[in-house]
Design a protein around this ligand. Sequence first.
Ligand SMILES: C[S@@+](CC[C@H](N)C(=O)[O-])C[C@H]1O[C@@H](n2cnc3c(N)ncnc32)[C@H](O)[C@@H]1O
Length: 326
Amino acid sequence: MQKFSEFMQEWLYGENGYYRTLRVGKEGDFYTSVSVSAFFGYSIANYLLEFLQNRPNQRIAIVEIGAERGNLISDVAFYLRHKNHLKNVEFATLEPLQDLHSIQKDTFKSVCEGLELKIFNAFADLKKESFDFIIFISNELLDAFACELYYEGKMAFVEDFRLQFLSQKEADSSFIGEIPVGACEFIKEIEDCAKEWLFITFDYGSKQKRGEFSLRFYRGHTTQNLFKNYKEQDFDLKENFGKWDITYDVDFSFWEKEFLKTGAKELFFGRQNRVLVDFGLDQVGQWYIHTFGLESFMQQSSKIRTLIEPALLGERFFGVGFLKVL
Ligand SMILES: C[S@@+](CC[C@H](N)C(=O)[O-])C[C@H]1O[C@@H](n2cnc3c(N)ncnc32)[C@H](O)[C@@H]1O
């Protein structure tokens, strides 16, 4: 018998795990803001300009975590290069999956010919570089953490691909939902990499606890729930093992609590459309028109709309930023 989190970890990241091959985009199982439009990365980069300008003499790394093809870090670098802000900045991904290294390098090269993308296998390698300031960026990373499932004081275990909920003394008897595992360790790694850092991420979820399970499976742009109700499993875990993405709504209040423990402050939290506008999406649009012309911008505009439209990605996703400075 395994904890659900161990089962999920194997499903997503094990030897034949789901994330060992490419999964995002039109031919994949689901879209993400990164796969929809480069304006997502350009807007993040525009927000980062201020941090870079204020630290002209520091060695800074922008590191994407959970980069898949490496599009987000490439889009960020592309924008900063156009804005002539490369002097003291290095670009990197943190990628434990070896198979993705060459894919990320190729993407970066195709977008930013002449610039280098570093790839770190683990936080320890990043730490060795002794950067003065590290900016971590990610999209849909937190919802890819393995989690436990709790139902009114019981926790889920898996035996023979069937779920069982067993009473746990320490579990909250009023809580129903997912709790990510490894969050404390992950944040500790971030803290240890540099004395000063910024962590920016976007994900699906909310700061309110829902009081129900949100865990679901994605494949071929369709979704399936795990449960009919908490007792009846609605999804064949054996037949589908490693073939579907497993995800759940991020509880941002949980992550906020963990990040604030480091002494970091929350710089912003808000719906994706609001955050991207605050990041300067308008200015980015003007820059794009000025640089590449109105016609090219018009070809991008429906994709930009997807990023900010309330019913699409604009209000179902949230952005959050934590800053630790001395
Ligand atoms: C839902 S995908 C998102 C991909 C991409 N960021 C995007 O928005 O298109 C989640 C990615 O996070 C990666 N991931 C999950 N946990 C990670 C961790 N602790 N360190 C590095 N990557 C991780 C997975 O391997 C997967 O590529």
